[in-house]
Design a binder for this molecule. Structure first.
Ligand code: CAA
Length: 289
């Protein structure tokens, strides 16, 4: 099935199927088997993972849907930022073990198992905020770490438990977790397969914010996405690009890269709009150019 995200608004204020109810939702046309798409605030796409019976375990088809949703939101000019969440029990409990169990080395290596999914997610240019409640294990923890901002509830459960299955993290877990929380802690978690809580994720700098309840977590993520979406899309895109470069470049090259992009923004319409509005004590009306 071709899954397509349409920004066409169909209905307002509907009851949700994922346990969260307070956010007012404007549900878009749905053509996904395991995703719910909505625009809870102007400029914000909310992607809710909806494979509850298997705790949102990622089968190949589910991964393809997630990629397709990301690509559709990326192309949608009405959207400035996106939030991805699961339900109260699970963000994502990892790659689908039942589907993966009979995979052979030649299939995995020959067909680049997991690679298209993890590469495509990390190449999305619009900001992605994950709102993590429940389990974010294996590929779920890895997806959270591919995103730009992690919000979680205190009771969320993160982990890279692959060692218990006789494998290792396969979608960047060993690299991204180590960069953020340090080698000793990451090594302990990956070698023991022990989980860590949302509170610990926040204390260790993995999550930007921690919330008491799952609902507050989703609402907080949507609010932040709406704020980001209210700014110039050109400036937002450039902010994300320069921050991400810091992960790959040394400080000197990184600062030089930042300065080039900064200089380039003086060629944008939105720079003129933003600075003129400030000087005239007006609110800027961005043209996203
Ligand atoms: N794959 C497939 N099915 C899964 C799954 C997964 N990753 N995680 C949960 N499920 C399924 C269970 O099989 C179960 O289905 P049935 O009702 O048909 O039996 C259902 O979801 C509910 O799970 P449990 O009954 O186990 O629920 P629980 O509350 O007792 O435990 C859990 C929840 C701790 C998440 C446990 O299900 C679990 O440990 N899941 C596996 C987590 C894991 O190992 N993830 C890493 C996968 S490997 C990976 O992701 C590699 C990579 O780097 C990309």
């Amino acid at each position: 099935m071709t899954a397509r995200w349409s920004s066409r608004v169909l209905a307002a204020n509907v009851a949700t199927r994922n346990g969260f109810s307070a956010v007012k939702r404007y549900v878009s046309q749905e053509a996904y088997q395991n995703l719910l798409m909505s625009t809870p605030k102007p400029g914000v796409a909310l992607i809710t993972l909806n494979r509850p019976k298997s705790y949102n375990a990622m089968s190949s088809a589910f991964m393809a849907e997630i990629n397709s949703a990301f690509q559709s939101v990326e192309k949608d000019k009405s959207i400035g930022a996106m939030v991805i969440t699961g339900n109260e029990k699970a963000f994502i409990a990892g790659a689908d073990i039942k589907e993966m169990k009979d995979l052979t080395f030649s299939n995995a290596y020959g067909e680049d198992f997991i690679e298209p999914w993890s590469l495509q997610v990390s190449q999305i240019k619009k900001p992605i905020i994950v709102a993590v409640n429940g389990y974010a294990l294996g590929g779920g923890c890895e997806l959270a770490m591919m995103a730009d901002i992690i919000y979680c509830s205190a009771g969320a459960t993160f982990g890279q438990p692959e060692i218990k299955l006789g494998i290792i993290p396969g979608a960047g877990g060993s690299q991204r977790l180590t960069k953020v929380i340090g080698k000793s802690r990451a090594m302990e978690l990956i070698l023991t397969g022990k989980n860590f809580s949302g509170r610990e994720a926040f204390d260790w700098g993995l999550a930007a914010r921690v919330f008491e309840t799952p609902q507050q977590c989703v609402d907080g993520a949507v609010d932040t996405a709406a704020l980001i979406a209210s700014y110039s899309r050109i400036a937002v895109k450039a902010c994300k690009e320069v921050v991400n470069k810091s992960q790959d470049l040394g400080i000197r090259e990184g600062v030089e890269f930042e300065r080039r992009v900064f200089h380039g923004l003086f060629g944008s319409k939105d720079q003129k709009i933003g600075m003129k509005a400030f000087a005239e004590k007006q609110t800027p009306k961005w043209e996203h150019q």
